[in-house]
Design a protein. Structure first.
Length: 116
């Protein structure tokens, strides 16, 4: 059974930086594309970044491009998201999963709050 455990969220001021992580189990992590999603209050979950199996290709939503960086360590079954120049609109619960065709199982997510 696949499991995702997200961590690293918190409260940060506008313009600040934060890094979140996701550890996967129950799947062959190194053989699947991975992505970061987020869900803000009252809004649908959206895919903001995704990465190829070996990390050689990354893609971003327009809203985060140039500010967020996705990466992975297949030896640790771990996915990362480095977030810089954070804005209040980045406030959301962040989740990891397969991009575009996610597993039905979702982790608990990690809350990121951008506020002064």
């Amino acid at each position: 059974q696949v499991q995702f455990v997200e961590s690293g969220g918190g409260l940060v001021q506008p313009g600040g930086s934060l890094s979140v992580s996701c550890t996967a189990s129950g799947t062959i992590f190194s053989s699947i594309f991975m992505g970061w999603y987020r869900q803000a209050p009252g809004k649908q979950r959206e895919l903001v970044a995704w990465i190829s199996t070996n990390g050689g290709s990354t893609n971003y939503a327009v809203s985060v491009k140039g500010r967020f960086t996705i990466s992975r360590d297949n030896t640790k079954n771990t996915l990362y998201l480095q977030m810089n120049s954070l804005e209040p609109d980045d406030t959301a619960v962040y989740y990891c999963n397969v991009p575009f065709t996610p597993y039905n199982y979702w982790g608990q997510g990690t809350q990121v709050t951008v506020s002064s």
